[in-house]
Design a protein around this ligand. Structure first.
Ligand code: CA
Ligand code: CA
Length: 166
């Protein structure tokens, strides 16, 4: 993968080499392509993020995440009712273990790419998170102590309407 940000590329390559040295990188992570876009998402629904890279004049590269570990994650899917149904423009702030992490639902993420609209929060050792949702129309909603290891669907104004173990 090539990027126009040389510092970010150097960091990414260093991470790739560390993963390869640990036997966790796989052969695809160090392949060189002329790439234009990237999308992040859990294509195989196993709870971790995978990466799809759009290459120039070549098929895309799918980097499947097979790293295992004991850390927790939480996925959040938003469904707008008063706001747009895809909840594009909404932000979710997850608070856990004294930390905060914010993510937004976006219509696109990179050149000719769109990431999974199910927001993915890595929670580390925390087994639950408090969620604050800021809907595109300005409304706010809080959902305390959402357990890790699941995909929750939150409908605007109705809270969690579905819980799925992946
Ligand atoms: Ca995955
Ligand atoms: Ca995986």
């Amino acid at each position: 993968m090539r990027t126009t940000d040389s510092a970010a590329a150097a960091d990414f390559l260093a991470l790739c080499r560390q993963l390869t040295a640990l036997g966790e990188g796989g052969p695809g992570i160090e392949e060189v392509h002329a790439s234009r876009g990237v999308a992040f998402g859990d294509f195989d629904n196993d709870g971790d993020l995978d990466i799809l890279i759009m290459n120039q004049n070549e098929p895309p590269s799918l980097l499947r995440n097979d790293v295992s570990g004991d850390y927790h994650w939480l996925k959040v899917k938003l469904v707008g009712t008063k706001s747009n149904r895809s909840a594009i423009g909404a932000t979710v702030v997850a608070s856990y273990g004294g930390k905060k992490q914010a993510q937004a639902v976006m219509a696109q993420s990179s050149y000719l790419s769109v990431s999974d609209r199910r927001l993915h929060f890595g929670l580390g050792a925390a087994a639950a998170a408090d969620l604050e949702i800021r809907w595109p129309n300005g409304a706010r909603e809080t959902i305390p102590q959402v357990a890790a290891g699941q995909l929750v669907t939150v409908q605007e104004g109705a809270g969690v309407v579905k819980r799925e173990r992946l």
